[in-house]
Design a protein around this ligand. Structure first.
Ligand SMILES: [Ca+2]
Length: 441
């Protein structure tokens, strides 16, 4: 495939994203207290609220916040200074964007094989491709189980086993059609290369329970911990019957779970000795987490898709409760309140929150050498914000925020650091692209 290089500098990316755009990754939960599935999928919920309007790139000697739009929610104040509306920062780094491959049908995740080829998932079709560094796409990998590809479901994340060189194992998340509904599942299998790549020795190692019928708030990010266990983020399905389970230990919905790579439960999980608790649970009280990554210390961070005015960055620790739906900073897309308070006993505060929202999907904490200025920065894919969000984090507090536009005005679905220290992005579109950011020479 011919590779196209777009020469860009940060100075020429000062295009403000102020158009009203649907938060298509989200939806309005039913007002019906019975929790029947009556999602409003046809409306434009975010259009009912104020959209994010980032400050134009440039010097910011007075430390003005990046966000210039008024908040959607005025009832709540931050729990500590700097918990929202961090000062705008402006990279001096100049980068170029290479289009590695095109025409993916709503791609969701990219992961690297040891030989620098990439695995790319397509959400609605359930297809998995192997892509060379030059952008040549394989035939779809054969043998994956069917997915429920409606709306936010489908084939989601993919990760390559840390010991892939010997095990040949890959892991992925998908929405599994089930009797009585659907639910997230995690599978692993051996990848068999060749002109018609396929998988062998397929095992489903985790099934989110209970089964419900919803195509929203799917969660689905996979992160390998340093100890070899696997974190999986699980959404609460959006419907009220699911939402109310987000803090209940007898349900997987709205949790981060931690499992061994063969699907068994690590003996040091926090609730293995709690009666009635699902033993895979690692943290609770989440809404819909599509962005998760380890930092340099091996700690797990998640960026959470919140309600109107309530996206959150959380430092996720074993056994902790992140409060959804009891506390938070947002409200329903209908304008109705959700929370009586933004704080509560026994519940964690987000390190940072966004109002207006960014619609986060994909997180990488940069550890490469190609972009020295960006070392340790958090990069978050932005869907409704149509941006790559950069956070400067010091002592577990956000001290600077920038909105980069390497994908023009596209929705950014995933961001991953490549083996050479480049950043790779996927755009969220029926003709989605795989992009690569490297320093501009
Ligand atoms: Ca929370």
């Amino acid at each position: 495939m011919h590779m196209r290089v777009l020469w860009m500098t940060l100075a020429c990316t000062a295009v403000l994203s102020i158009a009203g755009t649907a938060r298509a990754q989200d939806a309005v939960p039913s007002e019906d207290p019975t929790g029947d599935l009556t999602e409003d999928l046809t409306g434009d919920p975010a259009a009912k609220g104020q959209q994010s309007v980032p400050r134009e790139p440039g010097p910011n000697p007075n430390g003005e916040p990046l966000e210039t739009a008024p908040p959607n929610v005025t009832e709540f104040d931050p729990a500590f200074p700097g918990q929202t509306r961090a000062p705008a920062v402006h990279s001096q780094t100049r980068y170029q964007v290479t289009v590695v491959a095109t025409n993916f049908n709503y791609p969701w995740a990219v992961a690297f094989l040891p030989d620098r080829r990439m695995l790319v998932t397509e959400k609605p079709t359930g297809k998995l491709f192997i892509v060379t560094p030059q952008g040549v796409k394989s035939a779809p990998v054969a043998g994956l189980p069917p997915v429920d590809g409606r709306d936010q479901g489908g084939l989601l994340d993919v990760e390559v086993a840390p010991d892939f060189a010997t095990s040949r194992l890959i892991y992925w998340t998908y929405y599994e059609p089930r009797e009585g509904g659907n639910g997230l599942a995690v599978a692993r299998a051996k990848l068999k290369d060749g002109s018609q790549p396929r998988i062998e020795a397929l095992t489903v190692i985790f099934r989110m329970k209970p089964t419900l019928n919803s195509v929203l708030h799917a969660g689905g990010r996979l992160v390998f911990a340093r100890d070899g266990t696997l974190f999986v983020t699980l959404g609460e399905r959006s419907i009220l019957t699911g939402r109310v389970q987000a803090r209940q230990l007898n349900s997987h919905l709205g949790k981060t779970v931690r499992i061994n790579t063969n699907g068994t439960v690590p003996a040091n999980n926090p609730f293995v000795n709690t009666s009635g608790a699902r033993p895979e649970i690692y943290s609770l009280g989440h809404r819909n987490v599509l962005a998760a990554a380890l930092d340099a210390q091996g700690r797990l961070w998640e960026v959470e898709m919140g309600p109107l005015g309530g996206d959150e960055l959380n430092l996720v620790r074993s056994g902790k409760d992140y409060g959804w739906p009891t506390i938070g900073y947002g409200k329903e897309y209908s304008g109705q309140p959700i929370h009586k308070s933004s704080q509560g006993p026994g519940m964690e505060q987000p390190v940072y929150y966004w109002d207006p929202v960014i619609s986060p999907s994909g997180l990488t904490i940069y550890s490469g050498n190609l972009f020295p200025e960006w070392k340790g920065n958090f990069f978050i894919g932005g869907l409704s914000s149509h941006a790559l969000i950069r956070l400067v984090v010091k002592n577990d507090r956000v001290v600077g925020e920038e909105r980069l536009k390497p994908a023009g005005n596209a929705r950014v679905r995933d961001v991953v650091q490549g083996p050479e220290g480049a950043l790779y992005l996927l755009t969220d579109a029926p003709n989605g692209r795989l992009l690569k950011l490297t320093p501009r020479p």
